[in-house]
Design a protein around this ligand. Structure first.
Ligand code: CU
Length: 371
């Protein structure tokens, strides 16, 4: 790994060595604060593959809980476009993006990270929802063959991204190899609209946007590698150009189209959480709107209303709700249309229901001009 880490020893020490030192302090902790969670009930959250959400309640009563989740680092070769381009992905639980975790404000997340011995690299997790050194990256740093568990209190309501951050150049390498996801921390009494009234949703989709930097050989063909570690030096050279080879929603270009399209019915309200751990983006639903939008991801802030497109800064997650009013095909995309159409950051949304002529109707079919 040293060979490929162009960050040099001082930056590695800063990003990793310091983490280990601070982690050691945190581990001995302060008893007064360390065991506030001691008497709380634990539940295990069954994480699911995106774009699905785990089963969850939109509101809760009673004391906070300890929510146990396990993320397993999995290095795997995946196909990232319709041409069959292969890339060694670095994943949480085998998916790009990693699964979305859902808790409520003041719950404790007890996270176990597993790095199987079949992997070639060290991994960890920095959760933007966590308060404390490096978002947990120091406490969760595991080599192949190791696992670790740490706990944090989800004090801030909103949607946040998480990502692997194992030190130096490996931080962006792992992030742009797919090792990122999101966590949603719901207010205990649910989401509120712009007037302060309860805002409910019927279903929820988690869209992780991903930029990939796949190296090409001298003939212009995408290169393949024998394992994840082997792919790193060439990948760093492509990353330095800041020009991705692919920008996708999910694990591959146009992953959520055809049989994998997102589906809902007229009248249903959908919460769409969108994360981008490395670059800014501009989510847009062609044919619909963001009825309520939290562009910064903070559920402590009033949502914006009726947006066409919203902005999402790199290294964050945002959320919107939309109640579908018309059946048919919608496209959910990054409204940088070059990234959407030429690079793959677009998804199809199929809505069933009855057409409303009042909202849109065809007056005259296409025909010769002047007739
Ligand atoms: Cu990693």
């Amino acid at each position: 790994m040293k060979k490929t880490d162009s960050g040099g020893p001082s930056r590695r020490d800063f990003l990793l060595g310091t983490a280990a030192a601070v982690g050691a302090v945190a581990m001995v902790g302060n008893a007064e604060f360390a065991y506030a969670a001691r008497n709380l009930k634990s539940v295990t959250q069954k994480l699911v593959d995106p774009p699905a959400f785990p089963n969850h309640r939109q509101t809760v009563s009673g004391p906070p809980k300890i929510v146990k989740v396990t993320l397993t680092a999995e290095e795997k070769e995946i196909v990232i476009d319709g041409d069959g381009t292969k890339m060694w992905a670095m994943t949480f639980n085998g998916t790009v993006p990693g699964p979305i975790i859902v808790v409520h404000q003041d719950d404790y997340v007890e996270l176990t990270i597993v790095n199987p011995s079949s992997n070639t690299l060290a991994h960890n997790i920095d959760l933007h929802a966590a308060t404390g050194e490096l978002g947990g990256a120091g406490l969760s740093h595991v080599d192949p063959g190791q696992q670790a568990t740490f706990r944090f209190k989800a004090t801030k309501p909103g949607v946040f991204c998480y990502h692997c951050a194992p030190g130096g150049a490996m931080i962006p390498v792992h992030v742009v190899s797919g090792m990122n996801g999101a966590i949603m921390v719901l207010p205990r009494n649910g989401l509120k609209d712009a007037m302060g009234k309860r805002a409910r949703y019927d279903k929820a989709w988690y869209i992780g946007e991903q930029d990939y930097y796949v190296p090409k050989d001298k003939d212009g063909n995408y290169k393949t590698y024998k394992n994840a570690a082997d792919s790193v030096p060439d990948k760093i050279e492509v990353m330095r150009t800041l020009t991705p080879s692919h920008v996708v929603l999910g694990h591959a270009a146009f992953a959520y189209t055809g049989d994998n399209s997102l589906t809902a019915k007229v009248g249903e309200t959908v919460l769409i959480v969108h994360s981008q751990a490395n670059n800014p983006t501009q989510p847009h639903l062609i044919g619909g709107h963001g009825d309520l939008v939290w562009p910064t991801g903070s559920f402590g802030d009033k949502p914006l209303t009726n947006l066409e497109t919203y902005w999402l800064v790199g290294g964050s997650a945002g959320a919107m709700t939309y109640t579908f009013l018309q059946p048919g095909l919608y496209v959910y995309l990054n409204h940088n249309l070059i990234k959407a159409v030429l690079m793959g950051a677009a998804a199809h949304v199929k809505i069933e229901g009855q057409w409303n002529d009042d909202l849109m109707t065809q007056i005259k079919k296409p025909g010769p001009i002047g007739k």
